[in-house]
Design a protein around this ligand. Structure first.
Ligand SMILES: NC(=O)c1ccc[n+]([C@@H]2O[C@H](COP(=O)([O-])OP(=O)(O)OC[C@H]3O[C@@H](n4cnc5c(N)ncnc54)[C@H](O)[C@@H]3O)[C@@H](O)[C@H]2O)c1
Length: 321
């Protein structure tokens, strides 16, 4: 399929009521984002601690969402907790499922909610590792089910990977993308089942080579991390790798770049490492990270990352695509 044949979508959805199934790490973050966008959100999670946890997460995400300009229409108290999953999905135009990555739990939940869904309701699963075909088993109407895979935390990182397949209703992928874009996400369409979808594979490719460089003694863990964050990582926040190389060989653009650097890249492609994340490798990475990890708590580092990310995302939102 060429890009022009990709599912058409427009950034309007008409959806005002959302159900969130699961209020863990991912579900609570989705909830904050949906509320910020002015949706009424019904959450179901059987854990008795979940409601307090989700409300706290919404409160702590709100200032960041405000900084990103995403809370203009939202009210944090438009959140309703439901003890019954069916009650949560009743009347919802969009259901985001973020329950544990165990196929039995997801199937049982789908079977419970399917009879209560409106005809047009879309159900999206946050699943990272399970495939859409696995998720579709057991549905009477799998046509409404898509993969809506976020990057953690969903209220902050814009990307969501959307996927349907030949059992998905034709318009549903486009409608799901339109919905996500209405709430401030940036979507891509994954066109076929592939382990790890797109973004996790890209992360894995970069990390694999980072580990290889450390294993081979080319640079320290700290320096390899710095090479990413202070070099290509910054550029990747502005544009993807192929678009960037279009700018790397003057007026001739990408074609000139490929001609000029094909030999170098092919040599490097052939030489990239294939390390395994075994125990000695993990120990080497943990030791190498000590200058950073021993000076600061994980919470401090997470706060620093999120503050920087918020400013970067605010800038990229202003700059547009
Ligand atoms: N954590 C990540 O970085 C990440 C990133 C992208 C996608 N995902 C995917 O998101 C999904 C959720 O992951 P998570 O990290 O939030 O897990 P989590 O364990 O933090 O949260 C899962 C929540 O679901 C609740 N739950 C269990 N059974 C339920 C049911 N029947 N109905 C409703 N809620 C139920 C649990 O009480 C828990 O609060 C998984 O499919 C995972 O693969 C996770």
């Amino acid at each position: 399929m060429s890009p022009s044949e990709s599912t058409a979508h427009t950034p309007t959805s008409g959806i005002t009521r959302v159900a969130g199934l699961g209020g863990g790490v991912i579900g609570q973050s989705w909830t904050a984002l949906f509320l910020a966008a002015g949706m009424s959100v019904a959450v179901h999670d059987p854990d008795p601690q979940a409601e307090a946890r989700v409300r706290k997460a919404v409160d702590s995400a709100w200032p960041v969402l405000t900084r990103l300009g995403l809370t203009e229409h939202g009210r944090p108290d438009d959140l309703h907790f439901c003890h019954d999953a069916r009650a949560a999905v009743e009347g919802a135009g969009f259901v985001q499922e973020s329950v544990p990555e165990r196929i039995g739990i997801k199937h049982d939940l789908y079977a419970a909610i399917e009879p209560a869904l409106d005809a047009e309701t879309i159900v999206a699963s946050s699943a990272s590792g399970l495939t859409l075909s696995q998720l579709q088993a057991g549905w009477r109407n799998p046509g409404r089910l898509v993969l809506g895979h976020p990057f953690n935390p969903p209220h902050l990182i814009p990307l969501v990977e959307v996927m349907g397949n030949d059992r998905t209703d034709q318009a549903v992928v486009g409608r799901a993308r339109a919905f996500y874009e209405t709430v401030g996400k940036v979507t891509i369409e994954v066109r076929r089942e592939f382990p790890g979808h797109v973004a996790n594979r890209l992360q894995a490719a970069v990390w694999r080579e980072a580990i290889h460089l450390v294993n081979e003694g080319v640079a320290s863990v700290e320096d390899v991390d710095t090479a990413v964050a202070a070099g290509p990582g910054l550029r990747w926040a502005a544009m993807g790798p192929t678009a960037l190389f279009h700018l790397g060989a003057g007026e001739g653009g990408l074609a000139a770049f490929c001609e000029r650097y094909a030999d170098s890249f092919n040599r490097w492609f052939d030489d990239l490492g294939r390390p395994h994340l075994d125990e000695p490798t993990a120990r080497r990475l943990v030791d190498g990270l000590r200058p950073l990890s021993e000076g600061h708590t994980v919470e401090e580092l997470s706060r620093r990352r999120d503050a920087l990310l918020t400013e970067l995302i605010a800038l990229t939102r202003k700059a547009g695509p």
